[in-house]
Design a protein around this ligand. Structure first.
Ligand code: COA
Length: 279
């Protein structure tokens, strides 16, 4: 295993294509200080260019995903400098929303312990989320005098239904991992003691797939979700399909088709992933 330590972020690579990125401030419940944002930006710059990494798991050291923005360093620290605060917020938003949302590799949020406020942004920006049953979620902003700002409300609107999203934003009420699955925020919930192993198992299943196709699939899904009508969606999907066939170094389309049609050795719809309980 190789381990890279930035001052507030730890990256583990085990040579199996999966990188584990931990926010590493457990004594502050992995609250995101300006340094965390800088380190996460650096981590994703590096992981994007690391050809040996196919899948990135984001988690928090010490059994806590993240207590959100650092209230002391980020809020109190920039209280009297709204212009700098605005600039910082844009910078903080970048790695989580632009970067992670568009990341050209599979991303998984592994949530244990607390996931609060600003942590919803990178939690939701990941492609998949696996939670412990015991994890605790709260859009706590309303409890201390602010709105779920930055990108939090936008992320919640993207991921939750109208009634539930508004409810949790307006009440700040806590919910657990099982409820996160019910709400469609997480794909499945497992006991905390099994979280790492189950996440590893899921990542290994995803590793078996053609990564070019998986990434193109998420790009299409997200582009459509951001706002395209039927005609635009059809055009975009046709163009993406053509692009993928031309650029897929694994030639997944040709090999998959001949395995089914000619060799009769494969049935794509016969192999549902056994662990997922997601709808
Ligand atoms: N910003 C800055 N510091 C934070 C923090 C945050 N978001 N969340 C926790 N910490 C710090 C605490 O101040 C404390 O620091 P100290 O040891 O120097 O006093 C340390 O982390 C441990 O926190 P503590 O509250 O004792 O831990 P806990 O396990 O009992 O509770 C939480 C954990 C997450 C429930 C609680 O810390 C909390 O409510 N944090 C605020 C979360 C929040 O509202 N975030 C929204 C930001 S957008």
């Amino acid at each position: 295993m190789t381990e890279k330590l930035l001052s507030t972020v730890k990256i583990e690579r085990n040579g199996d294509g999966i990188a584990w990125v931990y926010i590493n401030r457990p004594e502050k419940r992995n609250a995101m200080s300006p340094q965390v944002h800088r380190d996460m930006s650096e981590a994703f710059d590096e992981l994007e260019l690391d050809d040996d990494v196919k899948i990135v798991v984001i988690a928090g050291e010490g059994g806590v995903f993240s207590a959100g923005q650092d209230l002391k360093e980020t809020f109190r620290g920039l209280e009297n400098d709204p212009a700098e605060r605005f600039r910082q917020e844009q910078r903080y938003g970048k790695w989580r929303w632009e970067r992670l949302w568009n990341f050209p590799k599979v991303t998984i949020a592994m949530v244990d312990g607390w996931c609060v406020g600003g942590a919803f942004t990178h939690f939701i920006a990941c492609d998949f989320a696996i939670t412990s049953d015991e994890a605790q979620y709260s859009l706590s902003e309303v409890n201390w005098g602010i709105i779920p700002g930055g990108m939090v409300s936008k992320a919640v609107v993207e991921a939750m239904g109208y009634r539930a999203g508004l409810y949790y934003c307006m009440t700040g009420e806590r919910f657990d991992g099982a409820r996160a699955v019910e709400l469609g925020l997480a794909n499945f919930a497992v006991p905390s003691a099994e979280l790492k192993a189950r996440t590893q198992a899921f990542a290994e299943e995803m590793m078996k797939k053609n990564q070019n196709v998986v990434v193109a699939t998420k790009q299409v899904y997200r582009a459509i979700k951001r706002g395209m009508d039927f005609d635009q969606s059809f055009d975009y999907m046709s163009a993406k399909f053509t692009q993928l066939k031309a650029t897929d170094s694994n030639r997944g389309y040709d090999t998959g088709l001949s395995a089914f049609v000619d060799e009769k050795s494969y049935r794509p719809a016969h192999d549902p992933y056994p662990m997922s309980t997601a709808e």
